[in-house]
Design a protein around this ligand. Sequence first.
Ligand SMILES: CC(C)(COP(=O)(O)OP(=O)(O)OC[C@H]1O[C@@H](n2cnc3c(N)ncnc32)[C@H](O)[C@@H]1OP(=O)(O)O)[C@@H](O)C(=O)NCCC(=O)NCCS
Length: 189
Amino acid sequence: MAALSQDGSHAPDVVVEPLDLTARVDEALAVQALAFGLTDDEIDIRRYIVLRHLQNPGARALGATTEEGKLVGFVYGMPNDRSHWWSTVVEPYLRRNGTDGWLDDSFVITELHVHPRFQGRGVGRELITTITDGCGLPRSILSAIDTESPARALYRRLGYQDLAGQVLFPSAPSPYVVMGAPLPLRRAN
Ligand SMILES: CC(C)(COP(=O)(O)OP(=O)(O)OC[C@H]1O[C@@H](n2cnc3c(N)ncnc32)[C@H](O)[C@@H]1OP(=O)(O)O)[C@@H](O)C(=O)NCCC(=O)NCCS
């Protein structure tokens, strides 16, 4: 469990700890809706997908919670399996670049979101470094929208490098980049 001191004397402390995401999926999706933007229909679809993901062996989730118990950030992921839908979509792009070895023995970060009011205080960094520290695998992979976003800046800072760009997921409007990093993730200087 890690307590994060924050800027601003009125901000409550935020604690990063294991999250029962099955029980708190609606709170997590409310955070994701604020951070990333989700319609009500997308929330319903995501709820089904998250609950299914959590049944995979090795799936883990961490939450960032205020002193009052309000969930303000979460991350979840699982060991990659080449038969998983996400892996089958990205595999041809990685194979073309000779980087598909990253799909083996790799922990996938499936979602990472921090409530907008709590962004920029190290919560995202703490969530992703803590979950990957405990995964027992030598590398981590993820996909992010293929644009220069805060998320991509965070991933680069932690040592993630581009493995393939312009990756198209069915029904997603924007192309994605797949990134990979050796574990443990790089620490801030
Ligand atoms: C991406 C996200 C999870 C980062 O969480 P966060 O708690 O705000 O990030 P942190 O405060 O831990 O920042 C860590 C590093 O990320 C980078 N970063 C964070 N916000 C940034 C911003 N607005 N611009 C540029 N870099 C940024 C910085 O490198 C920062 O390190 P530094 O402070 O040492 O420079 C958060 O911005 C978010 O929820 N965004 C919307 C949802 C999203 O895009 N999720 C990822 C889907 S792939």
